[in-house]
Design a protein around this ligand. Sequence first.
Ligand SMILES: Cc1cc2nc3c(=O)[nH]c(=O)nc-3n(C[C@H](O)[C@H](O)[C@H](O)COP(=O)(O)OP(=O)(O)OC[C@H]3O[C@@H](n4cnc5c(N)ncnc54)[C@H](O)[C@@H]3O)c2cc1C
Length: 473
Amino acid sequence: MSAYNPVTPDDIRALVRIVGPAHVVWKDAEKLEACSHDETPDRRWAHMPEAVVRPRSADEIADVLKLANRRRIPVTPRGAGSGLSGSAVPLHGGIVLHLDRMNRILEVDRENMVVVVEPGVVTNEINEALRPAGLFYPGYPMSLESCHIGGNVAMNAGGAKAVKYGVTGRYVLGLDVVTPSGEVVQLGGKRVKDVTGYDLIQLMVGSEGTLGVFTRITLRLLPLPRASADLLCAFRSVAEAVRAVPRMMTRGAVIPAAIEFMDRDALRAAAEYLNEPPAAPDAEAVLLVTVEGASVEAVERDYDALGREVLAAGAIEVFVADNRATSERVWRLRRNVSEALSLLSRNQSNEDIVVPVAEIPRLVEGVQALSRKWGLFMPCFGHAGDGNMHVRIVMDPAWTMERWNTALPEVLKELYLLTAALGGTISGEHGIGHKRKAYVPLVLSEAHLNLMRAVKRALDPHNILNPGKKFDL
Ligand SMILES: Cc1cc2nc3c(=O)[nH]c(=O)nc-3n(C[C@H](O)[C@H](O)[C@H](O)COP(=O)(O)OP(=O)(O)OC[C@H]3O[C@@H](n4cnc5c(N)ncnc54)[C@H](O)[C@@H]3O)c2cc1C
């Protein structure tokens, strides 16, 4: 028997009173289906909601949560649905709380170098609004043109520039949160320092919509870098490319803004998808390196130093893109790899493992060994500069679904154990959702899990907020 009650016509009437009739979806299969999945390619992770509600304010969200808590109806917050772990999927049905109408940039405070936004702002719009003020928000992920900042905070999203600037959580100074029982709390504010209470902001960051709903976010900003350049470094072997990653930072003494890795298969897939000729046809792997700084001279000094290190590490070619058009061309390839590989097959698993950066060469060797052992196509790409690799495990078209379904959990287990043995873990940025939940005990101890269970029970005693995600209660 389910621990939850179904959404009834009385509940719908109550929801309509809270958000208005235009913002409640019920019994419309097509519209409900749109909120049943995220961007995880395999639709087996999807689940239909019973209703979708689109609130406009924290007070409306509080009223929805009070109703759901009283009635024991599960509620799943949703941003843009670009997640890759099923975290926005309403696993137990109930209500999807779609935050797309809360999409205002409330304040650009230049003096305090912060921006205050609602959770449904598309992440890319933040930097567009900040440019005239000479400021920028560095925490954005590669999906910036579609994802929402609320989803980024809930996932602690990282992006290409995490090497130098860190991930989303580093920039969250203030967070207004509605708790699962419907209380509204303001955490932090515009202060850079604050040790007054427990750091509940960082508890909320990365909580995947399981601890509270964010309604207003205050982000710390940095001065917009005045100059930047990208290097496309081509290598004859994957081993040489990945070994160059730690070397650039240790011997070159420069922390690039980004160091992205693409193996030959990933690069080709992106070029074909974009209908472009291959960028480095002789390369087995490429590194895309971005340097940013306060002046053109500083950036030139840095890319000279990095260029020397990648050549010493075995690069066969280093192409410098120091204007917007050429930079955009190389970055377009990287931004489209994920989409290009997704088209190869519906039956694939998109993995997001992370290791200490010096272990990247051993990680990639291990993935190649797994690919040979299982006879599966496993292209690799990702944020090599911070140790975060995306590995696709693509079903061999000659396999039956039965063979794939039996093999995949074994392949995943071997991949995660390899990662853990190198001091890594099973997700660097895409999160756990319900897709990776079964594997969490491979990397977190029972004591660690019990602490997380205690936090969840304290904040959400009836387990109504995004139940079934991250770990089992
Ligand atoms: C092509 C592509 C590239 C990507 N690149 C990256 C990348 O570089 N780095 C990276 O980290 N991720 C990346 N992702 C994954 C995804 O874009 C991120 O996880 C993103 O942060 C999700 O944001 P969203 O608005 O789509 O959230 P959703 O997918 O809608 O939701 C994600 C989670 O956030 C919760 N949530 C959403 N809004 C709120 C809120 N206001 N309050 C509380 N909880 C909330 C949901 O319940 C869910 O658990 C990529 C995805 C794609 C498809």
